[in-house]
Ligand binder design. Structure first.
Ligand code: TEU
Ligand code: CA
Length: 544
């Protein structure tokens, strides 16, 4: 069916933390296979699997050393084939994570490239001589520090927008592009249903590598790293050479892509991508000093961003709606209330995601309202970004207690603690020591407890995915914000042919009056049809 990806609900699995099956404390493919009945029971249509390729795990698999092999920690290619078959047998689809802006420094290409300036693989990467005894310019990498790694062997610097173990590929080199095209075909010929394309907006670099006026990472992304001179040529070439021959979906992660540029990537006739994960709302509380320089935001700030993207994309492209993933804090902690109103706000936020216009992407555990974690010690944190941050604080004799509090709010490990299956020691994730501690609240927040509670987020989630399937207006309808200036209520209508629905979300701890513009018959919600709007309540009305 044409554009099937507009109708679906996506579910992201971070395989390292989903289910361990062989007692090494690390999630694996067999673990996912063993949970396929559960996943299918959610009513989701497509799984996005974070990377499972060979990797030294400097960035937990986003640093790939072999694009054709499954990491032994996750299992074998036979396990992968069985997983894909099991997903398809249950009427679901699978997309893989394509990480081709950079490789691991343990990829054979880089091991060759760094050997000498005339090595055949030298210009698979971006090498520059130093300037005045230092890096070629002042660009910074995402996880702190210079974006240039010095290599003694050839006395030159190589670009790495992420860790120094993630050297950027040189996409100006047609041999690199051809290598990637071949790998795309390999995975598509195995029958996968598409790709989530990691930092796809960064592939084309500004060839003069100028110094930047600001070393703020989002400034650097928007002014120097993203949307480079050949970015559309490179993405279109993947489409023309490979993607167009398969009935698949591509969604690109787009750091630095502004809403004004969105349809250059996803417009109907662009022959590039189907959708992008835009990150503007994900950096809503990042101050000048970056993500750990936390600033407050209002609901109208969120509305401005999301409504701005919806308007900019319009009917030419197609939006992707998400409020968290493996890089950003749990949505119930960041946009809801993970204390008194955890259950109500988790139900409301899941409903928000499945009633906005666009394809929703749910992060594993959102269906049971999993929350951020507050580890007591820096050494409990495993993410390279966290380790770099704590080291930076220590090097400046900063306050580690404050740094821990910042990590509790913004750390990526918040969403990488093990999936919470039951109230046993390691939440049913593993019967050995998990690679990262579980969230202690797994004793009360877990799948088993949720299955036994008819009012749980889990049972609500299943009804919600069915409700969305049953109502075309929620999948195809136009979108109108009905109360753009309200600081607590996020309400909007969806219209399709002669159908119209109103969605009223209370993003606050307060009980409010129902707005006077609300009318029609109450058809769905997380409380009941009383004429009030309780804390974190969502109410859906059918207007005709
Ligand atoms: O993320 C790119 C990206 O923009 C994120 O780095 C995000 O801005 C950052 O994590 C916020 O702290 C992709 C992957 O999703 C991420 O897991 C990888 O670490 C990164 O690329 C490098 O591959
Ligand atoms: Ca395992």
């Amino acid at each position: 069916m044409k554009d099937w990806w507009k109708d679906i609900v996506m579910y992201q699995i971070y395989p390292r933390s989903f289910q361990d099956s062989n007692g090494d404390g690390i999630g694996d493919l067999r673990g996912i296979i063993n949970r396929l009945e559960y996943i299918a029971s959610l009513g989701i249509d497509l799984i996005w699997l974070s990377p499972i390729y060979q990797s030294p795990n400097d960035d937990n698999g986003y640093d790939i050393s072999n694009y054709y092999e499954i990491h032994p920690e996750f299992g074998t290619m036979e396990d992968f084939d069985e997983l894909l078959e099991g997903i398809h047998a249950r009427g679901m689809k699978l997309i893989m994570d394509l990480v081709v802006n950079h490789t691991s420094d343990e990829h054979r290409w880089f091991e060759e490239s760094r050997k000498s300036k005339d090595n055949p693989f030298r210009d698979y990467y971006i090498w520059k001589p130093g300037v005045n005894g230092g890096p070629p310019n002042n660009w910074q990498q995402w996880f702190g520090g210079s974006a240039w790694g010095f290599d003694q062997e050839t006395n030159e610097y190589y670009l790495h927008l992420f860790t120094k173990k993630q050297p950027d590929l040189n996409w100006e080199n047609p041999k690199v592009r051809n290598e990637i095209h071949t790998n795309l075909k390999f995975w598509l010929d195995k029958g996968i249903d598409g790709f989530r394309m990691d930092v796809i907006s960064l592939l084309s670099k500004q060839l003069d590598y100028p110094n930047s006026l600001s070393t703020n990472i989002h400034y650097l992304a928007e002014h120097h790293y993203a949307n480079g001179p050949q970015i559309h040529e490179f993405i279109n070439e993947m489409y023309e050479n490979i993607i167009q021959y398969y009935d698949v979906m591509t969604v690109g992660e787009g750091p630095g892509i502004t809403k004004e540029l969105a349809n250059l990537y996803i417009g109907k006739n662009r022959r590039e991508l189907n959708m992008i994960f835009q990150l503007d709302h994900m950096i809503i509380d990042h101050g000048e000093g970056g993500k750990f320089d936390i600033v407050n935001f209002k609901l109208t700030d969120l509305k401005k961003i999301l409504d701005g993207w919806e308007a900019a994309i319009g009917n030419d492209g197609w939006n992707n709606i998400f409020l968290d993933n493996h890089d950003f804090p749990r949505m119930v902690s960041r946009f809801g209330n993970d204390g008194t109103y955890r259950i109500e706000s988790a139900k409301m936020l899941n409903t928000f995601l499945l009633t906005q216009r666009g394809t929703p992407c749910i992060y594993m555990g959102s269906e049971i309202g999993m929350t951020n974690v507050a580890f007591e010690h820096p050494h409990d944190y495993k993410d390279v970004e966290a380790k770099n941050f704590f080291n930076e604080v220590k090097s400046k004799n900063g306050d580690l207690q404050i740094a821990l509090q910042q990590m509790h709010v913004q750390g990526r490990d918040n969403v990488r603690v093990p999936m919470q299956w039951n109230d046993s020691k390691n939440a049913g994730f593993t019967d050995q020591n998990p690679w990262i501690k579980v969230n202690p609240n797994c004793t009360s927040i877990n799948v088993k407890e949720s299955e036994n509670d008819p009012d749980s987020i889990l049972h609500y989630f299943r009804k919600l995915t069915q409700f969305r399937k049953d109502n075309e207006v929620l999948r195809k309808g136009n979108y109108t914000n009905m109360d753009p200036l309200h600081e607590q209520i996020y309400s909007y209508s969806r219209q399709f042919e002669n159908q119209m629905m109103m969605v009223i979300c209370n993003f606050s701890d307060e009980e409010l009056n129902l707005p006077t513009y609300v009318h029609g018959s109450y058809v769905f919600g997380n409380y009941d049809d009383a004429q009030r709007l309780r804390p974190w309540e969502v109410k859906i009305y059918s207007v005709n």
